[in-house]
Design a protein around this ligand. Structure first.
Ligand SMILES: [Zn+2]
Length: 84
């Protein structure tokens, strides 16, 4: 069952957008949280609690954040994926 993320809905929306836009540049996920961690650190957001939350919400790496977590949360946080 989903529970509230340790970052704000606005920050979560920004994370989805960041990952979406980066993937559009041809970036291929190396099955780590590299992009997610860089995003969190840049904004001084809590890394470990957020990775734990993502794990609980279906994601084991950056691409799974979009495939699984965003699928559940984009409506809640008001994220609209940009047209590819
Ligand atoms: Zn991946």
């Amino acid at each position: 069952m989903s529970y509230e993320p340790p970052i704000s809905h606005a920050e979560l929306r920004d994370l989805f957008e960041h990952l979406d836009r980066t993937s559009m540049t041809g970036y291929e996920c190396d099955h780590s949280y590299k992009l997610t961690i860089a995003f969190l650190q840049k904004r001084s957001l809590p890394v470990e609690p957020m990775l734990a939350w993502l794990g609980e919400n279906g994601a084991g790496c950056d691409c799974e954040v979009m495939l699984n977590t965003a699928a559940q949360w984009e409506e809640i946080v008001g994220y609209v994926p940009p047209d590819a």
